[in-house]
Design a protein around this ligand. Structure first.
Ligand code: ZN
Length: 135
């Protein structure tokens, strides 16, 4: 059996904008028009250092986390986020194609503005209990 996952990819011209060292006012206007307040929240989260890339050994598994106001959200790049907005606005009502955490992860990865945390698989099992929550 195959499970087809919908990937939520940014178009290549937006990736190019985000990879530049400085975002211009025009770039920000473009993104705000397309993603609304989500873009501003995502950019702020990146600038405030809320995006974390955990690297676990010996499995070599990478897990992306975005710290929100209430808790930490597990983000599977271009696919999934454990926050309520992803479930409500992206999956159920299809009002948006991504939550601000998914957008923040993409921005952080492209601009190399994230914290890397090296850890162990034992610790990963503990952390995942909390991260898997979707409430
Ligand atoms: Zn989210």
């Amino acid at each position: 059996m195959y499970i087809i996952l919908n990937t939520i990819t940014l178009p290549s011209h937006e990736i190019q904008m985000l990879e530049k060292e400085e975002l211009t006012q025009k770039d920000i206007e473009h993104f705000t028009e397309r993603y609304g307040k989500r873009f501003i929240r995502a950019l702020r989260a990146v600038e405030e250092g809320k995006v974390f890339r955990y690297h676990f050994l010996p499995s070599d598994i990478t897990t992306w986390i975005v710290k929100g106001k209430r808790r930490e959200y597990l983000v599977i790049p271009e696919i999934y986020c454990t926050c309520r907005s992803f479930y409500q606005d992206v999956v159920m009502s299809r009002e948006a194609n991504m939550c601000y955490h998914l957008l923040a992860q993409r921005i952080a990865a492209l601009r190399v503005q994230y914290h890397t945390i090296e850890s162990t698989d034992t610790e990963r099992r503990n952390l995942h209990v909390e991260w898997r929550r979707t409430d």
